[in-house]
Design a protein around this ligand. Structure first.
Ligand code: ATP
Length: 259
């Protein structure tokens, strides 16, 4: 029997960056960053404060143009594509549509998200009743994140952790192929961290997730691949066992807070 070709067994690269560089008035914030994000995998971007994580996110989502380098999404060059277009193509960052409307119900927050064409604007002129046809999909998304019992609560009344979970549901409304999460566990208690970890694990089954996360316990538990940045450059990359035993990573983290 012929061997299965490698491209059929290896996870598909859905987002890739090569030689990414970004300068701010001569200061090099990101330099020579290569990144491959795979379908079905959770990829963490970690590094000490000021390492360049946010800048890399801004470059990937096109909020900033790179000084140099190339970015591909699903095999398509998006280096100079607008943020709205890359969102439509399937690369969505959580905060892009994460504004929660506190005086709308949980269900209506998701229905409003579902009618956004690209995650960047809201058509307030549409009445909520016109969104009725979106209810079944909105209910499905609430089930995905475990908020089905809160569907009629005002979003503003949710606990902090559940508001962040609602943000994830509104992000999933765009059906992203690649989901970028910026510190999804920030400010959460242990119980919420567990809940959100399970949600991320489940949504990553049929998409790619790239997340910036400071909580190394979460990274160890959740992420398949870790890229460590330091002073804008890649210090190490690999699974948790590989990067956590890397002497350069240990030194980079020395004196910084481990959670
Ligand atoms: N718009 C800007 N103008 C000038 N310098 C900037 C700008 N944005 C970021 N920088 C600098 O680039 C470097 C990387 O910053 P960045 O915010 O990407 O790091 P980070 O890893 O996300 O840090 P943190 O973990 O503290 O959020 C820092 O030295 C920062 O001061």
């Amino acid at each position: 029997m012929p061997a299965t070709p490698a491209h059929e067994t290896e996870p598909r690269v859905v987002l890739s960056a090569r030689g990414l560089r970004r300068e701010f008035a001569g200061f090099v914030a990101v330099n020579n960053v290569d990144l491959d994000v795979h379908h079905g995998k959770i990829h963490a971007l970690i590094g000490p404060n000021g390492a360049g994580k946010t800048t890399v996110f801004n470059l990937l989502t096109k909020f900033l143009p790179p000084t140099n380098g190339r970015i591909e999404l699903l095999g398509r060059d998006i280096t100079y594509t607008s943020p709205a277009k890359v969102a439509r193509l399937g690369l969505v960052r959580s905060f892009q549509i994460s504004a929660i409307f506190p005086y709308l119900t949980v269900l209506d927050n998701v229905r409003v998200a579902l009618q956004r064409p690209n995650g960047l604007g809201v058509q307030f002129w549409r009445s909520l009743s016109a969104l009725d046809r979106l209810t079944p999909r909105a209910e499905e998304l609430l089930e995905t994140v475990g908020l089905e019992n809160a569907r009629d609560s005002l979003a503003g009344d949710l606990s902090y952790g559940r508001k962040r979970v609602l943000e994830i549901a509104t992000t999933l409304a765009l059906d992203p192929k690649v989901l970028l999460l910026d510190e999804p566990m920030a400010g959460m208690g242990q119980e919420d961290v567990g809940t959100v970890s399970n949600i991320i694990r489940s949504v990553a089954r049929d998409r790619a997730v790239l997340m910036v996360e400071h909580n190394l316990t979460v990274v160890a538990d959740l992420c398949d691949w870790i890229t460590v940045l330091q002073r804008g450059e890649i210090l190490a990359a690999g699974d948790y066992a590989t990067v956590s035993s890397d002497e350069r990573v240990k030194i980079a983290y020395m004196g910084t807070e481990h959670e």
